[in-house]
Write a protein that binds this ligand. Structure first.
Ligand code: APR
Length: 391
């Protein structure tokens, strides 16, 4: 098979690159190793910066998002039985929007299918060939057979465990990594989220987060041990623990309901600074992972996808490699400050092994700064609303 761009991975990064290329008259094939159903059902992040919302609207993906997205105009921080509600209004009209990542993925997949464009599911990419030449090839396995796609560019959007990154020569020498000694137990619950009981909580028992996915579905998290079994706690134990950790000194308690999904994810910060070699570039989780505190992973993936699609457009339409040559540099200008913010949030809210009461007091100071001082609130607002785009 031949196409102009071979895209590996049907996550938000790969699907958005495909969509932008389509609207620029560039042909692409998306290869995804999982089944269609698996990709549609995978529960991930859900907080969109206004830049992400604008990007999706610009490329014709805003209809359901505008109907179902829930504006989020403030952020609540809770610590030491007190709470600060920080307005996100910076005078520009920007705000955050709650809209599950799997809905974005579903919107992009169904649109692509309606347009009759190819996404090959259950197609696992094994290796890439000739990325330094003008017609790189993607080798993949589909329906038990070895197949090849010949293209003019490869978009490696295959997540943290994908194959693309390791095809960038010497990429390991450009990797920066920190592993946190804890994980998040994330649950989806059919229980109407309460305005008085949401936000990020620091407690001496560990972090808790309460957020909304819709008016009737809540997304909540607890800090747990890195190797915790997601089924170790009963529903009631989870709700009790959330209420204990989210205690802000008021009588408010969470609305409880059936837990419909649970999973445990380790927290890490990871950046591969070499994001392009020849006719291969990587975007999204393939290039960087941020701890989920801050809700930045998806937004960063969208930022990369914009730059990657434009760099490919210039290469294929005008034989201009200028943007491609600065691709890593441009992406990293958004990635590092965002990683720094997500890690700062992570370090302020979690209890670390061996943490002293002095360390906890230091965390309270950080949270008081973000929650109650003008300069700290500005910092939080700016970081949460996200960096502007250069492309
Ligand atoms: N062949 C084909 N597909 C692959 C391969 C492979 N060898 N390896 C991985 N994939 C697919 C995965 O199955 C997955 O569907 O690539 C896709 C990558 O998608 P995501 O993991 O969603 O990554 P990305 O599109 O970069 O989105 C980043 O995901 O984890 C969140 O916080 C993160 O919200 C952010 C978003």
């Amino acid at each position: 098979m031949k196409t102009q761009v071979g895209i590996i991975g049907a996550g938000p990064a790969g699907l958005l690159v495909a969509r932008i290329l389509q609207l620029n008259g560039i042909e692409a094939v998306v290869l995804e190793r999982r089944t269609r159903q698996y990709v549609l059902d995978r529960v991930r992040a859900g907080v969109l910066e206004s830049g992400t919302v604008e990007t999706l609207r610009t490329y014709g993906m805003g209809a359901r998002l505008d109907r179902e997205g829930i504006p989020m105009r403030s952020m609540q921080l809770c610590w030491d039985r007190q709470k600060a509600d920080v307005s996100l209004d910076d005078g520009t009209g920007r705000h955050l929007t709650t809209y599950g990542q799997q809905k974005i993925v579903e919107d992009l997949i169904t649109q692509r299918e309606r347009d009759g464009l190819p996404i090959i599911f259950e197609a696992a990419v094994d290796r890439l060939e000739d990325i330094e030449g003008e017609t790189p090839r993607i080798h993949y396995t589909h329906e038990g057979e070895q197949k090849v796609i010949e293209c003019q560019f490869i978009a490696g959007c295959d997540g943290y465990h994908g194959v693309s990154r390791r095809h960038i020569p010497g990429s390991d020498e450009h990797v920066f990594l920190t592993e946190y000694p804890f994980a998040w137990l994330g649950i989806l619950a059919q229980a109407a989220p309460l305005a008085a009981r949401r936000g990020f909580a620091h407690s001496t028992r560990g972090l808790a987060v309460a957020s909304a996915r819709s008016a009737t579905v809540g997304r909540l998290y607890l800090q747990v041990e890195p190797d915790a079994d997601p089924n170790a706690m009963s529903d009631q134990e989870i709700w009790d623990e959330l209420d204990l950790r989210l205690d802000d000194g008021t009588d408010a308690r969470l609305n409880r309901g059936p837990i419909i999904e649970r999973s445990v994810a380790r927290l890490r910060g990871y950046v591969c600074e070499k994001m392009r070699h020849g006719r291969l570039a990587i975007a999204g989780d393939a290039a960087h992972i941020v701890p989920p505190s801050g809700g930045k992973g998806l937004n960063l993936a969208v930022g990369d996808a914009r730059i990657m699609a434009e760099a490919i457009r210039r290469l294929l339409k005008s034989n201009d490699t200028g943007l491609l040559d600065t691709y890593s540099e441009m992406c990293l200008r958004r990635i590092w400050p965002t990683v720094h913010w997500a890690c700062s949030m992570c370090e302020a809210f979690h209890i670390f092994p061996g943490q002293t009461s002095f360390d906890t007091r230091m965390q309270y100071q950080m949270l008081n700064h973000w929650g109650n001082t003008e300069i700290g609130q500005q910092r939080l607002r700016k970081a949460q609303l996200g960096l502007p785009y250069e492309i």
